[in-house]
Design a protein around this ligand. Structure first.
Ligand SMILES: O=C(O)CCC(=O)c1ccccc1C(=O)O
Ligand SMILES: [Mg+2]
Length: 374
């Protein structure tokens, strides 16, 4: 693969309904769509899932624009690559900035799969034709969250994740469990708790939750290990896991029983496969997370979730969960409660570039002037 041109589209879209977490409320979403073109004009698409503010990890849209332009795009132009994993290896020379790396590497995976006339799922090693999926219910009045769950059950979702904060956890979970005693239910705290809240978290054990996601801060592996010893509900780590090394720490410390994998958070699809393989070997259940992303990242996540180790339904809700219009056709949709893994080359969907251009606040275009002899 010889990359000749790269475009970054800085877009912003309103969310269909505000998304509230323990951190705050999102009403609109900035994202960066990546388009790469090879020497023959074949293209690949990726998405940088960083947020506008550094609340989830330290990256932001603006740091991603900087690291892409000044470090990662020049790497891509410098050399011919045989495989997307070579790109991931090259990116190792620079630390962190996983979401920027992932956006670009994802586009290379799309291009690579297209050039080989295989689907992205096939290229990654996936073996499922369709995947069961879950959905996230953002913080609201318990009665409204109940209504949401009932609508999502009707849509066919198989796992329900409730965003909680330490102020409202017990009230919300008990209300939902009263009406739905047996649905696969879990909560995500986005680091809202601290070690002093262990008694509060212990009280949630009675609700038979699938897991409690990221109760403590992202570097609090030791605290999570203390918690996991005290509660029977599995702890799942999200923000804590930015690399395979982070999982090794969590595993050795018994800091969690489950891990959610997001390509953006771990530096791309190559890293996601390495993590998948490690977790399969160690018998750590994994699932694919979500980032309120557009269909480009979402359908990439569908391909990833088709790998055999992803045994828990992920946060791969339909396009209609967050968007009035998505950027891909067909949109991500539930058919009989499942999402089909695309079989066409690459992402296996049409990308609506006209729409991307029309909602772009800025478009950055880079052209390779480097002569490559081999
Ligand atoms: O993409 C979705 O539908 C929601 C997934 C989600 O919960 C989430 C969305 C944005 C940032 C962090 C998280 C999270 O899993 O913590
Ligand atoms: Mg989470």
């Amino acid at each position: 693969m010889l990359i000749r041109q790269i475009e970054l589209f800085l877009i912003e879209q309103p969310l269909k309904v505000p998304f509230k977490t323990s951190y705050g409320t999102y009403e609109k979403r900035e994202s960066i769509i990546v388009k790469i073109l090879d020497a023959n004009g074949i293209c690949g698409y990726g998405e940088v899932v960083a947020f506008s503010e550094p609340w989830y990890t330290e990256e932001t849209i603006q740091t991603a624009l900087h690291t892409l332009q000044d470090f990662f795009i020049p790497i891509l132009f410098k050399k011919q690559f045989n495989h997307p994993s070579d790109v991931a290896t090259r990116f190792n020379q620079f630390k962190g900035n996983q979401m920027a790396k992932s956006g670009l590497e994802g586009a290379v995976w799309d291009l690579y799969s297209k050039l080989n006339s295989i689907s992205l799922a096939q290229a990654l090693g996936g073996n499922k034709a369709e995947i069961p999926v879950g959905v996230v219910i953002s913080i609201d009045e318990p009665i409204k969250m109940l209504k949401q769950i009932s609508a999502y059950i009707t849509e066919g979702y198989e796992r329900f994740k409730i965003k909680v904060s330490k102020e409202n956890d017990y009230e919300i979970v008990s209300t939902i469990r009263n009406s739905y005693p047996t649905i696969p239910l879990m909560i995500d705290a986005n680091s809202d708790y601290s070690i002093e809240d262990i008694p509060k978290l212990k009280k949630l054990d009675e609700f038979n939750l699938l897991m409690i996601e990221q109760p403590f801060g992202d570097r609090q592996f030791i605290e999570h290990a203390i918690l996991q010893k005290e509660i029977s509900t599995p702890v799942c780590l999200d923000e804590s896991i930015c690399s395979l090394e982070d999982i090794q720490i969590a595993y050795e410390l018994n800091a969690c029983k489950i891990i959610t994998v997001k390509p953006g958070r771990v530096g791309g699809l190559t890293k996601s496969i390495e993590i998948h393989d490690y977790c399969v070997e160690k018998n750590i259940p994994i699932w694919v997370g979500g980032m309120i992303e557009t269909g480009i990242s979402r359908i990439q996540n569908v391909a990833l979730a088709s790998l055999p180790g992803f045994t828990i339904p992920g946060d791969i809700s339909a396009s209609s969960r967050h968007w009035e219009h998505d950027l891909i056709f067909p949109e991500v949709a539930l058919i009989n409660g499942k999402v089909k893994v695309p079989v066409g080359p690459g992402l296996g969907v049409e990308v609506d570039e006209e729409r991307i251009r029309s909602i772009s606040k800025k478009i950055y275009k880079y052209t390779s002037l480097v002569e490559i002899t081999k």
